[in-house]
Design a binder for this molecule. Structure first.
Ligand code: ADE
Length: 251
């Protein structure tokens, strides 16, 4: 898969994308992520890419020309068929389901906005989809684009060392993760739950499922309600939930 990021801050993006799991995935050719500077397409001697908003108001607006020319260069003047996503708080909220779907695509282009926004005409001309990473406002689209590139890349075959890391997650798709522990067995007077040291895999699995259900009920009851409504809960999960709700079980 190839992902192009169109940005005014390519170094900021590169700094993140060169490290850790994504850095390794790129080095191993598992994902091809390129950052292109929109300013290189300013087309004027001051390298300006923004201007005052028509109609007045505070802040500056990114001009359509440089963004379009940058997109046109990256897509090789239309020779490459790409899906362009504009990162904006006005977009649809990002979900793991959408991440999974996007990971099936071959060529994505992520457009990072800045200042007060982007001239609407270039959005109409080239944008296929608008995505928000949450109901809060950041200074630019770089962090959202990196969130998207990271969440998509980790779904690509071979990127995660341990394939289970995402098969298990999809198994428990509607539940939060259970708590994890490592050595030492006792730290600041807190002990690792005994069941995890028991070596009984059946009991460990059951305990983890109970923890996942309990945590989801406590922190994200909306996820459980949605899973119940769509019939996604397994019988075992539904039984644990019922026991927790009736006060029969305390986990
Ligand atoms: N740009 C600024 N804030 C954003 C957000 N929350 N999601 C996506 N893009 C953004």
């Amino acid at each position: 898969m190839r992902i192009d990021i169109l940005t005014l801050f390519p170094e900021m993006c590169e700094a993140f994308l060169s490290e850790s799991i994504i850095g390794r995935a790129r080095a191993n050719g598992l994902v091809d992520i390129r950052c292109t500077n929109i300013r290189d397409f300013a087309g004027n001697k001051h390298n300006r890419v923004d201007d005052y908003p028509y109609g007045g108001g505070t802040g500056m607006v990114m001009q359509p020309g440089p963004i379009y020319d940058c997109y046109d260069a990256v897509t090789e003047h239309g020779a490459r068929d790409c899906h362009l996503i504009y990162l904006t708080p006005q977009g649809m909220p990002l979900t793991q389901q959408r991440v999974r779907e996007l990971a099936e695509m071959d060529d994505l282009v992520l457009l990072c906005g800045h200042y007060e926004g982007v001239d609407e005409r270039v959005i109409e001309e080239i944008v296929d989809e608008q995505i928000s990473i949450g109901d809060y406002v950041l200074t630019g689209g770089e962090l959202p684009a990196l969130v998207l590139a990271d969440s998509i890349s980790r779904m690509l075959p071979g990127v995660l060392a341990n394939e289970e890391a995402y098969t298990e997650e999809s198994l428990y798709g509607h539940l939060l993760e259970y708590p994890q522990y490592t050595r030492p067995p006792e730290w600041k007077g807190r002990e690792v739950p005994e069941v995890l040291l028991s070596g009984d895999h059946g009991k460990v699995d059951r305990w983890r499922l109970e923890q996942s259900v309990a945590r989801t009920l406590e922190q994200r009851p909306d996820l459980l309600e949605a899973a119940e409504a769509s019939g996604e809960l397994t019988k075992e999960e539904a039984d644990i939930l019922q026991a927790l709700r009736s006060g029969e079980a305390h986990i």
